[in-house]
Write a new protein. Structure first.
Length: 125
């Protein structure tokens, strides 16, 4: 059931998901980080996940601003974090207005997980 839903979501990505997906795919070539899109994880479907780095990325539209949706999102994030994932959430508008900033946050999270795997401290400025 979740796999069918994920397949449908992959075929009907939002314009914001398409933009971010094009950037995430480049990470495989540039740094070896492979992302999957609209993938089942712990009974939920996440927008993007890099299992190797244990990073989940969610793009949120305005519906995520209401209290009930925000509560569900918070519970999902806590579940993923309990299983060792870093969850990054961005508003669609944030992607539109500050793609460079969003991209910087994503790459910093990936590099931090890479340094942790290698046992090296994160080089903070």
């Amino acid at each position: 059931m979740a796999n069918e839903m994920a397949r449908r979501l992959r075929k009907s990505m939002t314009p914001h998901e398409v933009v971010l997906w094009s950037h995430l795919r480049a990470l495989k070539r540039e740094r070896g980080f492979k992302f999957r899109r609209q993938v089942p994880l712990r009974g939920h479907i996440v927008d993007f996940a890099c299992f190797e780095a244990r990073v989940v990325i969610e793009l949120d539209g305005s519906q995520h601003g209401d209290a009930a949706h925000a509560k569900r999102d918070s519970e999902r994030d806590a579940l993923f974090e309990r299983f060792g994932f870093t969850v990054l959430r961005f508003w669609n508008a944030e992607l539109d207005e500050n793609l460079d900033g969003v991209w910087r946050q994503i790459t910093e999270a990936l590099l931090e997980t890479e340094w942790r795997r290698q046992g090296a401290p994160h080089p903070r400025p």
